[in-house]
Design a protein around this ligand. Sequence first.
Ligand SMILES: [Zn+2]
Length: 422
Amino acid sequence: MAKKEQTPKIYFLDVTNRDGVQTAKLGLSKLEKTMINIYLNEVGVFQSEFGFPTTRHEARYLEANLELVKMGVLKPIRLEGWIRAIVEDVKTAFKFVPNIKHLNLSISTSEQMLKGKFRGKKTGDDIIKEMTNAVDAAKAMGAESIGVNAEDGSRTELGFLVKFGLAAKEHGAARLRYCDTLGYDNPFTIYETMKALAENVVMPLEVHCHGDLGMAVANSLAGAKGSVDGGQDVYINTTVNGIGERAGNADLVASVLAVNKSKSFAKNYQLGNPIKLTVAAKIAEFASYAFDVPIPLNQPGVGANAFAHASGIHADGVLKDPENYELYSYKELGRGKPKFVETGREIISGQYSGVAGFRHLMGKMNVSFASRDEAADILELVRYANVQSHKPLVEDELLFIAKYPHIAQKVLTQTPLVLETV
Ligand SMILES: [Zn+2]
């Protein structure tokens, strides 16, 4: 048996800014996406799939966030863009976002998709060829790391997945993402598949789960175990509050809790880098506000009822010793601080705000401006941010704009193409 050099580790890779915003009826402004990256960095998430580099209206936001990386504001998090695994997308990505360094290339691999989506025009070998061509192109254009996504992986025959993964590896991909795109797996099947992939492809894996059968977090945990047992590092894909297509993705906070707190797991499986769970409440609340989707009452860790006790026996028990009826403490999740809610006069930042009100508002956050002109410039950015998000900015957004006005300006700038045909 080959000597094991190091125990494989578990990392988190959040896809809120890609899968989350792809969700029907939901979206985030570019500033909100930026704030999500900042909070994810604070949490200790290894990588944020921060958007679509082939989409023109994302380009400035993506470039501005890559500048934040250079400035050390977004550090150590890695920002990676999602594209289709075709050469054309690679070229477009580097054209629109020249500083992009990390990419995940996605292509459907299942029989169903070959027949139903590609209408039998492509064979499995064609898919592999397209993917490897795209990987080659990305490498040639300067990508530092490339992940390859097997979309609909859970409905793909294992032998083909292995072949697909080995081809990706041979061409220099760093990771293979196993996508349970339809939430079809269960913890037993995904464990076996991930273990087999780890053993036969022998490269770090990503596990990407959806909640169509209510098992996204359980499947992520089981898939991660499979990868580590098979000898490979694993990157659990999550979204904040589980927001994602249809029934959603594996929730970030719940997935971290599952790894850290579920029976005997943390004893045997290690995280690749420390996770600061105390940011949980803040990021969950921000995502809820930004997406305009309330946090369910019973959401693990961050729901309003996650630490509420009403029945006599439980209340008595938890008061005697919290561990009687709580698996973890609310303090670990950054809860329990009193919240300041304005009940009197309120000055709000909006798209039609004036300088005096804005200076008053910022003054409450201990931000002062050198001159009226400076305040007016920052306010101008705040107005544009408000136009895009349609809601008053939260304190962290206002502070961000005041601190990094030039980055904020790039994030907020949208210039549609000149129309030539109409
Ligand atoms: Zn997905």
